[in-house]
Design a protein around this ligand. Structure first.
Ligand code: SF4
Ligand code: FES
Length: 359
Protein backbone atom coordinates (compact mmCIF):
# COMPACT_ATOMS: atom_id res chain seq x y z
CA UNK A 1 0.00 0.00 0.00
CA UNK A 2 1.19 3.49 -0.76
CA UNK A 3 0.50 6.56 1.40
CA UNK A 4 -3.24 5.93 1.37
CA UNK A 5 -5.59 8.73 0.34
CA UNK A 6 -3.53 11.32 -1.68
CA UNK A 7 -6.02 14.09 -0.68
CA UNK A 8 -5.39 13.52 2.94
CA UNK A 9 -3.55 16.40 4.61
CA UNK A 10 0.02 15.65 5.67
CA UNK A 11 0.21 14.93 9.36
CA UNK A 12 1.17 18.05 11.39
CA UNK A 13 4.66 17.92 12.80
CA UNK A 14 5.07 18.27 16.49
CA UNK A 15 5.86 21.87 17.53
CA UNK A 16 9.22 20.90 19.03
CA UNK A 17 10.28 19.25 15.73
CA UNK A 18 9.23 22.34 13.76
CA UNK A 19 11.25 24.62 16.04
CA UNK A 20 14.28 22.36 15.55
CA UNK A 21 13.82 22.53 11.76
CA UNK A 22 13.68 26.32 11.82
CA UNK A 23 16.79 26.54 14.00
CA UNK A 24 18.66 24.17 11.71
CA UNK A 25 17.66 26.19 8.64
CA UNK A 26 18.80 29.45 10.26
CA UNK A 27 22.04 27.87 11.29
CA UNK A 28 22.64 26.60 7.78
CA UNK A 29 21.97 30.06 6.32
CA UNK A 30 24.33 31.81 8.71
CA UNK A 31 27.14 29.27 8.38
CA UNK A 32 30.18 30.85 6.68
CA UNK A 33 30.78 29.73 3.13
CA UNK A 34 34.02 29.98 1.21
CA UNK A 35 32.51 33.04 -0.62
CA UNK A 36 31.97 34.95 2.64
CA UNK A 37 35.33 35.16 4.30
CA UNK A 38 35.89 37.36 7.35
CA UNK A 39 37.36 40.72 6.33
CA UNK A 40 41.07 41.08 6.78
CA UNK A 41 42.60 43.90 8.78
CA UNK A 42 43.47 46.05 5.77
CA UNK A 43 40.18 45.56 3.96
CA UNK A 44 38.14 48.70 3.34
CA UNK A 45 34.51 48.58 2.38
CA UNK A 46 32.93 51.30 0.26
CA UNK A 47 29.54 52.49 1.34
CA UNK A 48 26.99 51.86 -1.39
CA UNK A 49 25.28 55.16 -0.62
CA UNK A 50 27.83 57.92 -0.25
CA UNK A 51 31.21 56.45 -0.93
CA UNK A 52 32.24 56.92 2.70
CA UNK A 53 34.92 54.52 3.88
CA UNK A 54 33.62 52.06 6.42
CA UNK A 55 36.39 50.58 8.51
CA UNK A 56 36.05 46.95 9.33
CA UNK A 57 36.22 46.18 13.02
CA UNK A 58 38.43 43.12 13.22
CA UNK A 59 39.41 41.93 16.71
CA UNK A 60 42.83 43.62 16.28
CA UNK A 61 41.12 46.89 15.34
CA UNK A 62 38.80 46.67 18.31
CA UNK A 63 41.82 46.19 20.62
CA UNK A 64 43.50 49.21 18.99
CA UNK A 65 40.37 51.34 19.42
CA UNK A 66 40.19 50.34 23.06
CA UNK A 67 43.79 51.55 23.48
CA UNK A 68 42.89 54.92 21.88
CA UNK A 69 39.89 55.24 24.12
CA UNK A 70 42.04 54.63 27.17
CA UNK A 71 44.46 57.28 26.02
CA UNK A 72 41.57 59.73 25.52
CA UNK A 73 40.14 59.04 28.96
CA UNK A 74 43.57 59.68 30.46
CA UNK A 75 43.64 63.12 28.83
CA UNK A 76 42.97 65.49 31.76
CA UNK A 77 40.94 67.86 29.57
CA UNK A 78 38.55 65.10 28.54
CA UNK A 79 35.64 64.25 30.86
CA UNK A 80 35.53 60.64 31.89
CA UNK A 81 32.84 58.87 33.84
CA UNK A 82 34.78 59.13 37.08
CA UNK A 83 34.90 62.93 36.95
CA UNK A 84 32.53 64.78 39.24
CA UNK A 85 29.99 67.36 38.09
CA UNK A 86 32.32 70.11 39.29
CA UNK A 87 35.15 68.72 37.14
CA UNK A 88 32.76 68.67 34.20
CA UNK A 89 31.89 72.30 34.83
CA UNK A 90 35.62 73.17 34.78
CA UNK A 91 36.08 71.19 31.60
CA UNK A 92 33.27 73.05 29.87
CA UNK A 93 34.60 76.40 31.05
CA UNK A 94 38.07 75.52 29.68
CA UNK A 95 36.57 75.35 26.19
CA UNK A 96 36.41 79.17 25.90
CA UNK A 97 32.73 79.37 26.72
CA UNK A 98 31.73 76.61 24.30
CA UNK A 99 28.84 74.83 26.03
CA UNK A 100 29.50 76.76 29.22
CA UNK A 101 26.62 76.81 31.66
CA UNK A 102 26.32 79.24 34.48
CA UNK A 103 23.53 79.17 36.98
CA UNK A 104 22.32 82.74 37.48
CA UNK A 105 21.59 83.31 41.11
CA UNK A 106 19.57 86.11 42.63
CA UNK A 107 19.98 88.16 45.76
CA UNK A 108 16.63 89.43 46.94
CA UNK A 109 15.22 91.58 49.69
CA UNK A 110 12.03 90.12 51.12
CA UNK A 111 9.55 92.17 53.09
CA UNK A 112 7.42 89.50 54.73
CA UNK A 113 4.32 89.91 56.90
CA UNK A 114 4.95 88.36 60.32
CA UNK A 115 2.13 87.84 62.76
CA UNK A 116 2.45 85.36 65.59
CA UNK A 117 -1.28 84.60 65.94
CA UNK A 118 -4.82 85.60 64.95
CA UNK A 119 -5.03 88.36 67.58
CA UNK A 120 -1.38 89.45 67.62
CA UNK A 121 -0.23 92.68 65.99
CA UNK A 122 1.47 92.06 62.67
CA UNK A 123 4.45 93.82 61.06
CA UNK A 124 6.70 93.58 58.01
CA UNK A 125 10.13 92.04 58.58
CA UNK A 126 12.92 92.49 56.05
CA UNK A 127 15.18 89.58 55.12
CA UNK A 128 17.96 89.22 52.58
CA UNK A 129 18.17 85.91 50.68
CA UNK A 130 21.13 85.11 48.45
CA UNK A 131 22.12 82.43 45.94
CA UNK A 132 18.56 81.90 44.80
CA UNK A 133 18.48 79.93 41.57
CA UNK A 134 16.25 81.23 38.80
CA UNK A 135 14.87 77.70 38.48
CA UNK A 136 13.57 77.62 42.04
CA UNK A 137 9.88 78.01 42.68
CA UNK A 138 8.69 80.79 44.95
CA UNK A 139 8.07 78.25 47.72
CA UNK A 140 11.57 76.78 47.32
CA UNK A 141 12.94 80.29 47.76
CA UNK A 142 10.93 80.45 50.99
CA UNK A 143 12.44 77.10 52.02
CA UNK A 144 15.89 78.72 51.68
CA UNK A 145 14.77 81.72 53.74
CA UNK A 146 13.33 79.45 56.44
CA UNK A 147 16.48 77.32 56.62
CA UNK A 148 18.51 80.51 57.09
CA UNK A 149 16.14 81.70 59.81
CA UNK A 150 16.27 78.34 61.61
CA UNK A 151 20.09 78.39 61.47
CA UNK A 152 20.02 81.85 63.04
CA UNK A 153 17.60 80.71 65.75
CA UNK A 154 14.70 82.77 64.39
CA UNK A 155 11.23 81.29 63.99
CA UNK A 156 10.61 80.38 60.32
CA UNK A 157 7.87 82.08 58.29
CA UNK A 158 4.62 80.09 58.19
CA UNK A 159 3.50 79.62 54.60
CA UNK A 160 0.96 77.00 53.59
CA UNK A 161 1.62 74.47 50.83
CA UNK A 162 0.78 70.91 50.01
CA UNK A 163 0.90 69.64 46.43
CA UNK A 164 3.34 72.27 45.08
CA UNK A 165 1.95 71.60 41.63
CA UNK A 166 -1.00 73.98 41.37
CA UNK A 167 -3.69 71.54 42.42
CA UNK A 168 -4.51 71.82 46.13
CA UNK A 169 -4.98 75.60 46.38
CA UNK A 170 -3.29 76.00 49.77
CA UNK A 171 -0.27 78.11 48.83
CA UNK A 172 -1.71 81.49 47.90
CA UNK A 173 -0.35 84.80 49.13
CA UNK A 174 -0.06 88.35 47.88
CA UNK A 175 3.24 88.92 46.11
CA UNK A 176 4.03 92.56 45.35
CA UNK A 177 0.34 93.36 45.80
CA UNK A 178 -0.90 90.70 43.38
CA UNK A 179 -2.66 87.48 44.31
CA UNK A 180 -0.23 84.64 43.43
CA UNK A 181 2.29 87.15 42.08
CA UNK A 182 3.19 88.62 38.72
CA UNK A 183 2.59 85.67 36.41
CA UNK A 184 -0.92 85.19 35.06
CA UNK A 185 -2.71 81.87 35.53
CA UNK A 186 -0.03 80.60 37.90
CA UNK A 187 -0.37 79.52 41.50
CA UNK A 188 2.30 80.66 43.99
CA UNK A 189 3.90 77.20 44.06
CA UNK A 190 4.29 77.25 40.28
CA UNK A 191 5.76 80.75 40.14
CA UNK A 192 9.46 80.59 39.30
CA UNK A 193 12.16 82.92 40.50
CA UNK A 194 13.16 83.72 36.91
CA UNK A 195 10.20 86.12 36.97
CA UNK A 196 12.26 88.34 39.31
CA UNK A 197 15.49 90.23 38.80
CA UNK A 198 18.64 90.22 40.89
CA UNK A 199 18.37 92.90 43.58
CA UNK A 200 14.55 93.00 43.53
CA UNK A 201 12.54 93.72 46.66
CA UNK A 202 9.54 91.42 47.03
CA UNK A 203 6.67 92.20 49.39
CA UNK A 204 4.84 89.08 50.59
CA UNK A 205 1.56 89.33 52.48
CA UNK A 206 -1.27 86.96 53.38
CA UNK A 207 -4.64 87.10 51.60
CA UNK A 208 -6.44 90.22 52.77
CA UNK A 209 -10.14 89.67 53.34
CA UNK A 210 -12.23 89.97 56.49
CA UNK A 211 -13.60 86.47 55.82
CA UNK A 212 -10.05 85.01 55.80
CA UNK A 213 -8.66 85.73 59.30
CA UNK A 214 -4.91 85.35 59.63
CA UNK A 215 -3.83 82.24 61.54
CA UNK A 216 -0.11 82.99 61.49
CA UNK A 217 2.27 84.92 59.20
CA UNK A 218 1.11 84.11 55.64
CA UNK A 219 -1.44 81.43 56.56
CA UNK A 220 -5.12 82.38 56.60
CA UNK A 221 -8.25 80.50 57.58
CA UNK A 222 -10.10 79.71 54.35
CA UNK A 223 -12.72 77.54 56.02
CA UNK A 224 -15.64 79.85 54.98
CA UNK A 225 -15.09 78.39 51.51
CA UNK A 226 -15.55 74.92 52.98
CA UNK A 227 -18.84 76.06 54.54
CA UNK A 228 -20.10 76.97 51.05
CA UNK A 229 -19.09 73.56 49.68
CA UNK A 230 -20.73 71.81 52.64
CA UNK A 231 -23.98 73.68 52.08
CA UNK A 232 -24.08 72.26 48.53
CA UNK A 233 -24.78 68.84 50.04
CA UNK A 234 -24.69 65.69 47.95
CA UNK A 235 -25.73 64.57 44.49
CA UNK A 236 -27.99 61.58 43.93
CA UNK A 237 -25.83 59.09 42.06
CA UNK A 238 -26.03 55.38 42.79
CA UNK A 239 -22.55 54.30 43.83
CA UNK A 240 -23.18 50.57 44.29
CA UNK A 241 -21.15 49.33 41.36
CA UNK A 242 -19.12 50.81 38.55
CA UNK A 243 -21.58 52.18 35.95
CA UNK A 244 -21.09 51.67 32.23
CA UNK A 245 -19.12 54.52 30.73
CA UNK A 246 -22.00 55.65 28.52
CA UNK A 247 -24.84 54.94 30.91
CA UNK A 248 -25.55 58.67 31.32
CA UNK A 249 -24.87 60.43 28.01
CA UNK A 250 -23.34 63.89 28.55
CA UNK A 251 -23.17 66.38 25.66
CA UNK A 252 -19.54 67.28 24.83
CA UNK A 253 -20.10 71.03 25.37
CA UNK A 254 -21.62 70.38 28.78
CA UNK A 255 -18.81 68.08 29.90
CA UNK A 256 -16.11 70.50 28.63
CA UNK A 257 -17.71 73.48 30.38
CA UNK A 258 -18.27 71.51 33.58
CA UNK A 259 -14.62 70.49 33.46
CA UNK A 260 -13.54 74.14 33.15
CA UNK A 261 -15.58 74.92 36.26
CA UNK A 262 -14.15 71.93 38.12
CA UNK A 263 -10.64 73.30 37.55
CA UNK A 264 -11.17 75.68 40.51
CA UNK A 265 -8.68 74.73 43.23
CA UNK A 266 -10.35 76.75 45.98
CA UNK A 267 -7.28 78.90 46.58
CA UNK A 268 -9.17 82.07 47.50
CA UNK A 269 -7.22 84.40 45.18
CA UNK A 270 -10.52 85.60 43.71
CA UNK A 271 -11.64 86.70 47.18
CA UNK A 272 -8.31 88.38 47.94
CA UNK A 273 -8.27 90.25 44.62
CA UNK A 274 -11.88 91.42 44.75
CA UNK A 275 -12.45 94.95 46.14
CA UNK A 276 -15.58 93.55 47.85
CA UNK A 277 -13.89 90.32 49.00
CA UNK A 278 -16.67 88.50 47.18
CA UNK A 279 -16.42 84.76 46.61
CA UNK A 280 -18.66 84.84 43.57
CA UNK A 281 -16.20 83.24 41.15
CA UNK A 282 -15.32 80.41 43.53
CA UNK A 283 -18.98 79.72 44.42
CA UNK A 284 -20.08 79.89 40.80
CA UNK A 285 -17.39 77.42 39.73
CA UNK A 286 -18.42 75.00 42.47
CA UNK A 287 -22.14 75.40 41.69
CA UNK A 288 -21.78 75.05 37.93
CA UNK A 289 -19.50 72.06 37.74
CA UNK A 290 -22.48 70.07 39.04
CA UNK A 291 -25.37 72.11 37.58
CA UNK A 292 -24.08 71.61 34.04
CA UNK A 293 -24.09 67.82 34.22
CA UNK A 294 -27.07 65.45 34.08
CA UNK A 295 -25.89 63.86 37.32
CA UNK A 296 -26.25 67.22 39.07
CA UNK A 297 -29.86 67.91 38.08
CA UNK A 298 -31.70 66.17 40.93
CA UNK A 299 -30.55 68.69 43.57
CA UNK A 300 -29.80 71.58 41.22
CA UNK A 301 -32.21 74.15 42.65
CA UNK A 302 -31.75 73.43 46.33
CA UNK A 303 -27.97 73.32 45.89
CA UNK A 304 -27.86 76.66 44.05
CA UNK A 305 -29.97 78.44 46.61
CA UNK A 306 -28.10 77.00 49.60
CA UNK A 307 -24.61 77.67 48.25
CA UNK A 308 -25.32 81.23 47.08
CA UNK A 309 -26.97 82.13 50.39
CA UNK A 310 -24.12 80.58 52.39
CA UNK A 311 -21.70 82.66 50.33
CA UNK A 312 -23.68 85.80 51.20
CA UNK A 313 -23.30 84.97 54.90
CA UNK A 314 -19.52 85.11 54.81
CA UNK A 315 -18.44 87.20 51.84
CA UNK A 316 -19.27 90.47 50.14
CA UNK A 317 -21.35 90.83 47.00
CA UNK A 318 -20.12 90.91 43.44
CA UNK A 319 -20.20 94.25 41.64
CA UNK A 320 -18.67 93.03 38.38
CA UNK A 321 -15.09 94.28 38.83
CA UNK A 322 -13.67 91.15 37.19
CA UNK A 323 -10.52 91.20 39.35
CA UNK A 324 -11.29 87.63 40.41
CA UNK A 325 -10.80 86.27 36.91
CA UNK A 326 -7.54 88.19 36.49
CA UNK A 327 -6.14 86.76 39.71
CA UNK A 328 -7.42 83.20 39.21
CA UNK A 329 -4.62 80.70 38.60
CA UNK A 330 -7.07 78.48 36.71
CA UNK A 331 -8.61 81.33 34.67
CA UNK A 332 -12.16 80.41 35.67
CA UNK A 333 -14.39 82.37 33.24
CA UNK A 334 -16.71 85.09 34.51
CA UNK A 335 -19.52 83.39 32.55
CA UNK A 336 -20.01 81.03 35.47
CA UNK A 337 -21.09 83.97 37.62
CA UNK A 338 -23.78 84.80 35.05
CA UNK A 339 -24.92 81.14 34.92
CA UNK A 340 -25.13 81.03 38.71
CA UNK A 341 -27.07 84.29 38.97
CA UNK A 342 -29.55 82.91 36.42
CA UNK A 343 -29.81 79.61 38.31
CA UNK A 344 -30.25 81.43 41.61
CA UNK A 345 -33.22 83.45 40.32
CA UNK A 346 -34.76 80.25 38.92
CA UNK A 347 -34.05 78.36 42.13
CA UNK A 348 -35.97 80.90 44.22
CA UNK A 349 -39.05 80.43 42.06
CA UNK A 350 -38.76 76.64 41.74
CA UNK A 351 -37.98 76.06 45.40
CA UNK A 352 -40.99 78.15 46.46
CA UNK A 353 -43.17 76.09 44.16
CA UNK A 354 -41.71 72.86 45.56
CA UNK A 355 -42.25 74.19 49.08
CA UNK A 356 -45.93 74.76 48.26
CA UNK A 357 -46.23 71.10 47.21
CA UNK A 358 -44.78 69.83 50.48
CA UNK A 359 -47.58 68.33 52.61
S1 SF4 B 1 -12.13 80.66 41.22
FE1 SF4 B 1 -9.93 80.72 40.77
S2 SF4 B 1 -9.12 82.18 42.26
FE2 SF4 B 1 -11.14 81.58 43.02
S3 SF4 B 1 -10.79 79.88 44.39
FE3 SF4 B 1 -11.16 78.99 42.35
S4 SF4 B 1 -9.13 78.78 41.44
FE4 SF4 B 1 -8.88 80.16 43.18
S1 FES C 1 0.81 74.03 46.95
FE1 FES C 1 -0.97 73.12 46.03
S2 FES C 1 -1.66 74.68 44.67
FE2 FES C 1 0.18 75.48 45.46
Amino acid sequence: MGNGNPRRRPRKKKLANRVDDVLDATHEQSAPTHDLELPKENDEVKSEFDGTKIETHTPEKVRELGKDKKEISEDPSYPSTDLTDDDLGDFLNNKQGEGTYSEDSLSLTLKVWRQSGPNARGRFETYLVENISEDMSFLEMFDVLNENLINEGIEPVEIASDCREGICGTCGCMINGKAHGPEKATATCQLHMRKFKDGDTIVVEPWQAASFPIIKDLVVDRSPMDRIIESGGFITVPTGSAPDANLIPVPKDASDTAFDAAACIGCGACVAACPNSAAQLFTSAKVQHLNLLPQGQAERWSRTEDMVEKMEEYFGSCTNHGECHEACPKEIPLDFIAYTNRDYVKSKRKNRKLLGQTP
